[in-house]
Design a protein around this ligand. Structure first.
Ligand SMILES: [Zn+2]
Length: 349
């Protein structure tokens, strides 16, 4: 065997190890898991130090908390959730918090600030506020979730770019004119909770992942116009489950993702305008969906190989992302299908 071949063999073994290893197992990978919460959100990040950040908790009841805990305990091998971010106060994002908190220890809980002007919503938030009592923090633009650094590991940062309609300030290198901005056309002003979404940018060495929750059209533009506050990313969690009120092409073309992961349900999200934008964005090499959308035909869904759950009555299969310890490559897998694809991080030869 030539030296070259043995190097690539070692490389492949590592990809395999990262894609199918348990989290916190000391493999040095950064992992992200998308649990199927049927068109809600539950994105779990596990760092090389074995620390965990759950972003959103699906709906209340048994189904979504049960699925999320299965991912946390059985797929990721965790015994606690160190940080929980509730991106905004829609029930498909905060709903499962109280039920999950009864079944596993949760460290700090972050949210964008309470909707104190909405009495009815404040009433509905009672179980959340009880679960979050004594460990709740408001996350604002520019704040980072404090994460432990594993010795010898690449720099790691999970930073809030936007929350409650406030944005981080552009750095000097972000103030170059963005040519995409001239294509923007406003949609109706969003007065819903979606507009308050916390937007998180995860960086691990050269690798970048954007989770902008349910941010909507006009605010998406403000993330990249006039200054591109995000930059280019590798993986993009499609906004708002793939609804057309979000996923402004100006945002998606400005951040130029290579992989898009959509947390849609069998009927919710994956709408035509969004799917067309993703399909026509040249940087995107693979679209992954948590679910097949039964309202759209084959042309409105991605390749079935990249859909974790094809049937309405599904087994709630997950999508998993594993970033190599160097941050230079990453693998997206659907463990139930034993499929995996490896991509090179942007800017890597
Ligand atoms: Zn949502």
């Amino acid at each position: 065997m030539t030296a070259m071949r043995s190097v690539s063999l070692v490389f492949l073994v590592c990809f395999w190890a990262c894609a199918f290893a348990m989290a916190g197992s000391g493999d040095g990978c950064l992992d992200v898991y998308w649990t199927d919460v049927e068109g809600g959100a539950a994105t779990l990040i596990v760092t090389p130090a074995g620390e965990s950040v759950l972003i959103d908790t699906g709906m209340p009841g048994e189904r979504d908390p049960g699925r999320i805990l299965d991912t946390v305990k059985n797929k990721a091998g965790l015994e606690q959730i160190d940080h929980l971010v509730v991106t905004h106060f829609d029930i498909d994002h905060y709903g499962g918090t109280a039920d999950i908190a009864k079944q596993i220890d949760i460290g700090t809980i972050y949210d964008p600030g309470l909707p104190e002007d909405d009495d009815a919503l404040m009433d509905r938030l009672a179980p959340y506020l009880k679960a979050a009592k004594g460990r709740r923090k408001v996350l604002g633009p520019g704040d980072s979730i404090p994460l432990k650094h594993a010795p010898g590991s690449e720099p790691l940062d999970l930073r809030c770019l936007t929350a409650a309609k406030e944005f981080v300030k552009a750095s000097a290198k972000q103030t170059r004119a963005n040519p995409q901005c001239s294509a923007h056309k406003d949609k109706d002003t969003d007065t819903s909770q979606n507009a308050n979404s916390i937007v998180l940018l995860l960086s691990f060495g050269p690798f970048k992942f954007l989770d902008a929750a349910d941010l909507t059209w006009n605010l998406e533009k403000r993330l990249v116009c006039p200054d591109n506050l995000v930059g280019a990313v590798d993986v993009f969690q499609v906004n708002h489950h793939g609804l057309d009120r979000s996923n402004n092409p100006v945002l998606i073309r400005s951040i130029r993702p290579r992989v898009a992961v959509m947390n849609n349900g069998h009927k919710k999200g994956c709408q035509p305008e969004t799917f067309r934008t993703l399909s026509e964005t040249r940087s995107i090499k693979a679209i992954y969906q948590v679910h097949r959308n039964i309202n759209a035909g084959p042309k409105g869904n991605t390749d079935p190989k990249r859909i974790a759950n094809l049937d309405q009555n599904c087994q709630a299969e997950i999508i998993k992302l594993s970033v190599n310890p160097s941050g230079k490559t990453y693998t997206v897998s659907i463990p139930s299908k034993k499929t995996k694809e490896t991509f090179r991080t942007k800017g890597q030869p």
